[in-house]
Design a protein around this ligand. Structure first.
Ligand code: IFM
Length: 760
């Protein structure tokens, strides 16, 4: 039986290499290595270091695919080990998520008839983010011969390597070094001159003495290599370790080559097992915080763990200048840009399991406020306008042009019109504060974000004199099938929320910290006049509603569009395109992803159950889920309104987004928002966790028939609450006395006691 901690692949198909590079990516927040297939040139290598962006002659600033230090070639005499040119007798790659180690086992029959068995371990250390390693155990099964092992750092890497036209090189190789032991290759990015050093070396781990009889260093243009020679005997195992170290000039002002050399020596001295043990230990502690157990449903358990593993691999608390990209550190998709995906989909996971990382992610937005202010000024607005797509400095980097499925150029409007991100970020700041009560963050950073986005909204509102209301026109809401729409409810509602929250904070500061308020007012150019104006304007923000007052109109005029509901579903229960009867997609009520339903989840307290039900039922029939951000939201709302069957379906769809590649683009990187959606669907959905207006944690769990138990943990204002749900009971415990509500009724969990309530 496959372990519930393992993701395994047992059959080699080079056409799947790119997809599995994403699935088997190993990352530690500082960097990500795509899970490239050993001994194959087919695929798209990826070495992404968080925060290293460059434009050069690319369309927009993008994450740099840095020099590749993972290359290792083996030759027997002059015959190269090449999986694509061999008969694959045995093949297994397993991502051990509990340890954070990728294990591979291959038995290959080379064209000459030589049979070789190779076992590989790879990890990217979470203990020391600058370190990574690979261990190779090589067994010549039916021959003895000379063996050459070539350790390479490849500086020929480009971005978009599979696209002949858009291929771009973002760095120059400025040095190749023989470190004796080891090699290093230094590059410098084109625009910002960021220096990057990759250093690595090979060591054998054999009890019977040094196997290498020769070693030679070589510079091959942009490639640094060291080659080792040995004589290997039939049936014997030879163990080699490749140690790797990475430093960039973003990390330190010191000489990064000297630093990498020093670190490499220290690393070799400490040894592979030392670092691996610390890395595994780190993951053990992490799993204690993040794991969710689903008993009775192995596919759900394994799939969910994959999402938790990859999401927590994508961030750490060591750098406040970076965030998580839509494709995380797992691929070049969306050019390494950060979207609302982080704040609305991924952040809750960090808020409730590892608040230090959540704070770091929000600090990225604080640290890019100047870029956001530039965007606002450029577009004729005030305050801070966060970019729809963000890279290193907060200026807008959404490409203006892209291609449709038929390869026709299409104008991309999201960077011009998808304004809701400003309120999403403000909302996330408050969510973090509400859960942590981190007043230091709110005072020094969060408030500035909330005030400056409120200032932006105030300048963005358009007064409709005739109707005496404020409108936000020509926007794209979360549903991106409809562009240039007026008064998208999600956008308007959250803009109003943003302005209201800003005013609430102003009132608090007036009482509790007027000095801070006046400092902020001076910094942001605000006064009581602005606050009065915001107050007046927000009352008049237009929220389109249907005539009955319950069904919300996604945007003005939406109900006038052709109504072509979805009637057919594929074998996974996902919508099939209905016949558009000659209409253009944007002239129909079909939507790409959750929009009104999202709003009702974010601001759950503002809508009654009946409204949620009515809107869920209406929009569910019209949502195509063409974004991986969508199914998780319908899963959670489905549970709220009692559509449990679809909830489970949407949960599994979310959890398997990358593993089953159900959006068809896993090759380009992780669907990071969907990893966050998986956590939300498990905890906010089945786990029934929410926070109400009284700011009390509520638990209203429901679990499917096939689940015998669901266990999860959350951090709430310094307490750690453990939740365990089975068919009969809900059990809650906490390390501190905590007030909660279970199925709507108030209880107190006494410190280190278990509160047991019958299941509803
Ligand atoms: O942010 C999302 C958007 O909501 C849908 N298209 C993809 C983007 C990046 O994941």
């Amino acid at each position: 039986m496959q372990s519930l901690w393992h993701i395994s692949l047992n059959k080699y198909d080079c056409k799947q290499n790119r997809k599995y590079e994403t699935i088997f990516t190993l990352a530690n927040g500082y960097r990500g290595f795509r899970g490239t297939q050993d001994f194959s040139k087919k695929g798209e290598c990826g070495n992404f270091i968080a925060g290293i962006f460059d434009k050069n002659d690319a369309q927009v600033t993008e994450i740099v695919n840095c020099q590749n230090p993972l290359v290792l070639n083996i030759y027997f005499d002059s015959e190269a080990v090449d999986i694509d040119n061999s008969e694959v007798l045995e093949y297994e790659r397993t991502l051990n998520m509990q340890e954070g180690v990728l294990y591979s086992k291959y038995t290959l029959k080379l064209p000459s008839g030589r049979i070789v068995n190779v076992q590989v371990e790879r990890f990217v250390s979470r203990n020391n983010v600058h370190r990574w390693a690979e261990k190779y155990v090589i067994t010549p099964v039916n021959f003895s011969s000379k063996m050459f092992v070539e350790n390479i750092i490849d500086g020929t890497v480009t971005n978009s390597s599979l696209d002949p036209y858009y291929k771009t090189k973002h760095f120059e190789v400025v040095g190749l070094y023989d470190l004796k032991p080891g090699i290093a290759l230094k590059t410098v990015t084109i625009d910002n001159k960021i220096e990057i050093v990759e250093a690595s070396t090979l060591f054998h781990l054999n009890t019977h003495g040094n196997i290498f009889t020769n070693r030679k260093f070589g510079k091959f243009g942009e490639i640094a290599r060291e080659i080792y020679e040995a004589f290997v005997k039939e049936g014997r195992e030879y163990t080699l370790v490749k140690y790797g170290v990475t430093y960039t000039s973003r990390d330190t002002k010191d000489d990064i080559l000297a630093l990498a050399k020093e670190e490499l020596s220290e690393y070799i001295r400490e040894g592979y097992d030392f670092e691996k043990d610390k890395h595994v230990e780190y993951w053990k502690k992490l799993w204690d915080d993040i794991d969710i157990q689903i008993k009775g449903d192995d596919p759900a358990q394994r799939g969910l763990r994959f999402n938790l593993f990859q999401l927590s691999s994508s961030a750490y608390d060591g750098d406040e200048r970076v965030s998580i990209a839509a494709k995380a550190l797992h691929g070049e998709g969306y050019k390494g840009h950060v979207f609302w995906d982080t704040e609305i989909f991924m952040l809750p996971f960090f808020i409730y399991t590892n608040p230090k990382v959540a704070r770091t992610l929000l600090m990225y937005r604080y640290n890019t406020l100047d870029g956001a202010r530039k965007n606002a000024a450029l577009n004729g607005y005030k305050g801070a306008q966060f970019p729809w797509e963000s890279a290193d400095d907060g200026t807008e980097v959404t490409p203006k042009w892209g291609f449709d499925y038929d390869g026709n150029p299409v104008r991309i409007w999201t960077g011009d019109e998808e304004f809701h991100i400003n309120a999403d970020i403000a909302f996330a700041v408050w969510e973090y504060y509400r859960a942590t009560q981190d007043r230091e963050f709110l005072d020094n950073y969060g408030t500035e974000i909330i005030l400056d986005t409120a200032k932006f909204w105030s300048s963005r509102l358009e007064y409709n004199k005739e109707k005496n209301r404020y409108e936000i026109n020509k926007v794209i809401g979360p549903d991106e099938f409809h562009e240039h729409v007026n008064n998208n409810v999600y956008t308007n509602y959250l803009a109003k929320w943003n302005m209201k929250k800003a005013l609430e904070i102003v009132e608090i500061l007036k009482k509790e910290n007027p000095v801070l308020l006046s400092k902020l007012c001076i910094k942001l150019g605000l006064s009581d006049l602005d606050f009065d104006e915001w107050q007046r304007k927000l009352q008049l923000i237009y929220i389109p509603m249907a005539k009955d007052g319950k069904l919300i109109e996604q945007f003005e005029g939406y109900f006038d569009l052709a109504d072509i509901p979805i009637t057919e579903y594929d074998e996974n229960g996902m919508p099939k395109w209905p016949d558009l009867k000659g209409h253009k997609l944007h002239d129909t009520q079909l939507i790409k992803q959750a929009d009104v339903v999202m709003l009702m989840l974010l601001l759950g307290d503002e809508f009654d159950l009946e409204s949620k039900k009515i809107n869920y039922e209406y929009y569910e029939k019209r949502t195509m889920h063409k974004s991986s951000l969508s199914p998780s939201m319908y899963s959670i709302m489905g549970l709220v309104v009692g559509d449990t069957h679809n909830s489970y379906k949407y949960f599994m769809k979310t959890v398997y987004t990358d593993l089953e590649d159900n959006q068809g683009n896993a090759a380009f990187g992780l669907h990071a928002a969907s990893t966050g959606g998986s956590w939300q669907s498990a905890v906010f959905g089945f786990g029934g966790f929410s926070v109400d207006k009284e700011e009390i944690p509520n638990f209203n769990p429901w679990i499917p028939e096939v689940w015998s138990e669901l266990n999860y943990k959350i951090n709430w204002r310094g307490s750690r609450i453990k939740v365990s749900v089975n068919k009969d009971t809900v059990k809650l415990s906490s390390d501190k006395r905590t007030e909660v509500k279970v199925y709507g009724k108030k209880y107190v969990i006494e410190e280190n006691n278990v509160l047991e309530i019958p299941r509803m």
